[in-house]
Design a protein around this ligand. Structure first.
Ligand SMILES: Nc1ncnc2c1ncn2[C@@H]1O[C@H](COP(=O)(O)OP(=O)(O)OP(=O)(O)O)[C@@H](O)[C@H]1O
Length: 325
């Protein structure tokens, strides 16, 4: 659906985007992440045809954006960080104008405007002047214009900006629904947003693509956490299992009230190629057969926030980030 190759852009002497390449399929929601000034907005502007790259190519559905800019822009939705919603216009007039820009006309245009008003829940303020709207409401108007015409590629810069928690949930549901038939690129500094929506992340660092990985792969760790009555002296019982690399005793968790059994917490390092579910089953069986209590057995999930802090601050590849975490 979207193929980006060797995209570069300078502002004067400054190289803001440096040879960035990736491709995104239909149905994917991809997080575009990075520190302030990393180059995300410049990439998004180039993807949406608002800024020409110095080098490289953007292909949408097999068409070159440089050669078919207007056509592609009609099938593209873009919510920029600083909404260019015209303050003196009413919401209704603005949507009408945005629909014209997307090449919508007649019944289809009317139906689309109606649909996006419903989807973003902005019906109550159609005749209000945009300048009088709250930040969150303006944001919803911005999203409404972005999804007009059911875009094949939707580019959203901080879509939850200014939204309250309930509106944030509605926005996430809306993005998921759109992604069924589209490619969605989402730029945000909110890691919960990434975890809730994205299947993949692209991390930009100093204009270069530093990480392109599935979220599940990034957050998966090669450790299993175990709470059990098995004392440390007997931990060899688990260390002998195939695919177990080491068994480390962690500061023990507190036994629950009224439960006199001591509870030991272990981090079990496993071989990267091991089947975690199958190994969990073998660990459980081993403990139960040895008459030990098993309170918790769970693959460790790594925290995205920490991973990205590491990826941003050090010159690391994704493999190095994986090893370090
Ligand atoms: N019009 C411009 N003229 C000169 N430099 C610019 C211009 N636009 C952006 N830059 C610079 O290019 C770099 C990348 O900017 P960009 O806005 O793409 O980053 P970003 O990752 O979107 O940042 P943020 O998270 O703060 O929005 C920054 O150093 C910025 O100062």
């Amino acid at each position: 659906m979207l193929e980006v190759s060797q995209l570069s852009r300078r502002y004067g002497e400054y190289l803001a985007v440096d040879s960035v390449s990736f491709s995104i399929s239909k149905g994917e929601i991809v997080g575009l992440l990075g520190h302030n000034g990393a180059g995300k907005t410049t990439i998004m502007k180039m993807l949406s045809g608002f800024l020409e790259p110095d080098h490289g190519k953007v292909m949408v559905d097999g068409l070159d954006l440089a050669q078919h800019t207007k056509k592609i822009q009609h099938s593209l939705g873009y919510l920029p960080e600083n909404l260019p919603v015209y303050p003196e216009m009413t919401v209704a007039d603005y949507l009408d104008y945005a629909a014209d820009l997307k090449g919508l006309a007649g019944n289809h245009k009317r139906e689309e405007i109606k649909r996006v008003i419903g989807a973003t829940d902005i019906g109550a303020k159609l005749n209000a002047t945009i300048a009088t709207l709250s930040r969150g409401f303006k944001q919803r108007v911005g999203v409404a214009q972005a999804i007009l015409g059911r875009p094949k590629v939707l580019i959203l810069d901080e879509p939850s900006n200014g939204l309250d928690p309930e509106q944030t949930l509605q926005m996430r549901a809306l993005i998921r629904e759109i992604a069924r038939d589209a490619t969605v690129i989402l730029s945000t500094h909110i890691m919960q947003e990434v975890e809730a929506l994205c299947s993949r992340v692209l991390l930009v660092r100093s204009g270069q693509l530093a990480v392109d990985a599935k979220l599940s792969e990034l957050c998966q760790s090669n450790r299993i956490l175990l709470d059990t009555s098995l004392p440390s002296a007997d931990k060899e019982l688990l260390a002998q299992l195939t695919d177990v690399l080491s068994v480390e005793l962690l500061p023990s968790s507190t036994p629950s009230a009224g439960d006199p059994s001591p509870c030991f917490r272990y981090a079990i390092a496993i071989a990267p190629e091991a089947n975690q579910r199958a190994l969990c089953a073998r660990i459980a069986k081993k403990l139960v057969n040895a008459n030990h209590q098993l309170w918790q057995l769970t693959p460790e999930q790594r925290d995205l926030e920490t991973l990205f802090k590491a990826a941003n601050t050090r010159q690391q590849s994704v493999q190095e980030v994986n090893r370090a975490a």
